[in-house]
Design a protein around this ligand. Structure first.
Ligand code: ADE
Length: 226
């Protein structure tokens, strides 16, 4: 999978690309690249934003700047080019990111993430250049970069072979294997800690009962959240 992250701060991606699970994914041939929106701006002096029509505080990232960045990357018209790939604009007002969307995006060959700053993008970026507008939660970040890394992280770990040996994304929180519920509780040594023990079923050696206990705990946690 090839992930292009368009941002005003491509160097933010350098830290992310150095993390072990991301290094694993990259060594399998997946790609994560940060692309500087200023590098292709048609405006003078690297300008990318402008004041909002109608007035108000803050600056808005211009649609022609994003258009130029995507067209340069694809060597094709950006509006037509979005038909060939998922283009996700990150914005607090977008569709809430969840495990199902992570799986959906992980099935793509190519993913484009657009990181806003200031007051975000001109609305025409959402309407005509992006295929999806996604939020990682109901709060406002200084920009879309952390949100893009959250999306990258959740998507990359879905790709076969990205997790190390012994790790699995199959039976984890919110997965279909757990019917969308959070994962069951985990315990490890010591068996006793400050008087707090471990549920007996987990040390019983009865794998059938362990499975049932885990399914039940996962289900109960799911109910508590809703
Ligand atoms: N940009 C600013 N806040 C955001 C959020 N909560 N999700 C996605 N992108 C954002």
């Amino acid at each position: 999978m090839k992930i292009d992250v368009f941002t005003l701060f491509p160097e933010w991606l350098d830290w992310f690309r150095g993390q072990r699970h991301v290094v694993n994914a990259l060594s399998l041939g997946h790609e994560v690249e940060g692309l500087d929106l200023r590098a292709t701006t048609p405006l003078k002096a690297g300008r990318v934003d402008d004041t909002p029509y109608g007035g108000g505080a803050g600056m808005v990232i211009r649609v022609d700047v994003v258009d130029a960045a995507l067209s340069a990357r694809w060597g094709a018209d950006a509006v037509e080019g979005r038909g060939a790939r998922r283009v996700v604009a990150l914005a607090p007002g977008g569709r809430q990111f969840d495990d199902a969307l992570a799986s959906d995006l992980a099935a793509e060959q190519e993913l484009v993430l657009l990181c806003g700053r200031y007051e975000g993008f001109d609305e025409r970026v959402h309407e005509q250049l992006a295929t999806d507008v996604v939020s990682i939660g109901p709060y406002v970040l200084a920009g879309g970069e952390l949100a893009a890394m959250v999306v990258c992280d959740a998507v990359l770990r879905k790709l076969p072979g990205s997790l190390g040996h012994g790790e699995s994304a199959v039976e984890e929180s919110f997965s279909p294997a757990l019917e969308g519920a959070p994962e069951y509780p985990h315990y490890t040594r010591p068996a006793q800690w400050r008087g707090a023990g471990v549920p007996g079923v987990l040390t019983s050696g009865d794998h059938g009962r362990v499975r049932e206990w885990r399914a039940e705990k996962s289900r109960l946690r799911g109910q508590r959240r809703s």
